[in-house]
Design a protein around this ligand. Structure first.
Ligand SMILES: C[S@@+](CC[C@H](N)C(=O)[O-])C[C@H]1O[C@@H](n2cnc3c(N)ncnc32)[C@H](O)[C@@H]1O
Length: 425
């Protein structure tokens, strides 16, 4: 046997979608492994404290292993756990979330309220970022920045997949295209696109592509350049935004604003947050986006203010407050830190946070602890930073009253959760 190939017992799945094993006391993180199986895995990275490996041969297969439905799985880097049954994906995510809260959050007892599964295991994503490279359209391979050419993505909404042949035509017309982003509204059947190119693309060309190479339901296109990982808009043709509907709520979402990607869970997501947060006097939503939670929440308390660092999201949120006839909600463009600093000493009884993967800044937690709202509703997309922040909040007098998993990202390692923290002093 190749000396880089090891026979490994996989104990469980860990964050990142890796199978976890140990050899001579050293942790090995194994790609494409399933819990409770025996595999031969090739070591692809050796570090002082751990190694990374990839399954080359399954010796004893896990009962939770299945044939991945996607033909690109194992090459494309988009999905990590498609070879595992959906039931086991949920079990593994629950274990990872609880383990993070115990190990990093130092919690002994956790009131875990279960998982909300995605209503669709596939075709649930309404926003997709395709990479373009040498006439190929798709996503990067898991092992290098080389595009895997795809005909469809099983995570994408069907309508986004129908667009791929049109996108191929566009790739031919714009020679230095790097990415195409598609944001689709399943409730209005309309989409906006971003064409990310190295150099400025002629506006007339994009106008003509929008009119002639794309279906009518693509209502606008923006041309962007990339500065590091930040997109910089050059101009737009057609409409700037689409509209999304969740029950009676209507949301305008601009090309540059965030909206929850799994449309099959929009309704449940809002309902869960409302259930935890309702009955407040003065609420604050520190990462309010286009008002996805803030606007429905405004109906369940006296007054709420949303803050977001992205000016595009704040403009949409202000528009959405009017669109939904809400008069007890306002929005402010500010980072969570700046917003909290301005509000020191003011009486706020509810704070909702939904930070990026990096979680809250320590300074933000410190400011929260100065105001001490009765309730903090924490929506997290990263169990490690969530558990770290829960630990800091617990030291400051908060108790984690409940936590629930909402599976926004089937087939991938991402873990989203909704938690309530209450002041216990
Ligand atoms: C995961 S999204 C959630 C948005 C909204 N809660 C929703 O569900 O649609 C995170 C939001 O945080 C904003 N954001 C990122 N860093 C921020 C910061 N330091 N302060 C305030 N907002 C921030 C982003 O612009 C984005 O709208």
């Amino acid at each position: 046997m190749n000396d880089k190939i090891l026979r490994l017992n996989i104990e469980k799945l860990v964050y990142g979608g890796y199978g976890f094993s140990k050899i001579n006391g050293k942790a090995v993180f194994v790609r494409y492994a399933a819990p409770k199986e025996l595999v031969d895995a090739e070591i692809i990275k050796e570090k002082k404290d751990f190694s990374e490996a990839v399954v080359r041969n399954i010796v004893l297969s896990s009962p939770s292993r299945r044939e991945a439905p996607c033909p690109y799985y194992g090459i494309c880097g988009g999905c990590q756990i498609q070879h595992i049954t959906y039931e086991e994906q949920l079990n593994a995510k629950r274990e990872i979330l609880l383990e993070s809260l115990q190990r990093i959050g130092k919690l002994k007892e956790i009131d875990y309220r279960g998982e909300i599964p995605s209503q669709k295991e596939f075709n649930y994503r309404v926003r997709i970022q395709f990479k373009i490279q040498n006439g190929k359209i798709g996503f990067f391979r898991w092992d290098r920045r080389e595009v895997v050419d795809i005909e469809e993505c099983l995570l994408a909404h069907e309508k986004i997949n129908y667009l791929i042949p049109n996108l191929r035509e566009i790739m031919k017309a714009i020679n230095d295209l790097q990415e195409i982003h598609v944001h689709y509204s399943p409730t209005r059947d309309e989409a906006v696109l971003k064409f990310v190119s190295i150099t400025h693309t002629d506006e007339g060309l994009i106008q003509s592509l929008l009119e002639n190479a794309l279906p009518e339901w693509v209502v606008g296109v923006g041309n962007y350049g990339k500065l590091g990982s930040t997109l910089v808009k050059r101009y737009k043709v057609g409409r700037e935004h689409i509209f999304m509907d969740v029950e009676k709520w209507k949301f305008r979402v601009s090309n540059d604003s965030f909206f929850q990607v799994n449309y099959t869970l929009w309704k449940e997501f809002i309902r869960e947050v409302i259930d935890l947060a309702k009955g407040y006097k003065r609420g604050v939503d520190l990462h309010s986006g286009v008002g996805f939670f803030t606007i429905p929440l405004s109906e369940k308390g006296n007054f709420i203010e949303g803050a977001d660092a992205n000016p595009s999201a704040v403009k949409d949120a202000e528009y959405n407050a009017k669109l939904n006839n809400r008069e007890n909600v306002i929005f402010t463009e500010a980072t969570a830190y700046k917003y909290l600093k301005r509000r020191i000493g003011e009486i706020i009884d509810l704070v909702v946070v939904d930070p990026p993967r990096s979680g809250l800044l320590k300074e933000e937690v410190d400011l929260l602890l100065k105001n001490k709202p009765e309730k903090v509703v924490y929506i997290s997309c990263n169990p490690s930073t969530f558990a770290r922040d829960v630990r800091m909040l617990a030291k400051g007098g908060y108790k984690l009253s409940s936590v629930k998993l909402i599976d926004n990202f089937p087939q991938t390692y991402h873990i989203e959760s909704i938690a309530l923290l209450e002041l216990s002093e």
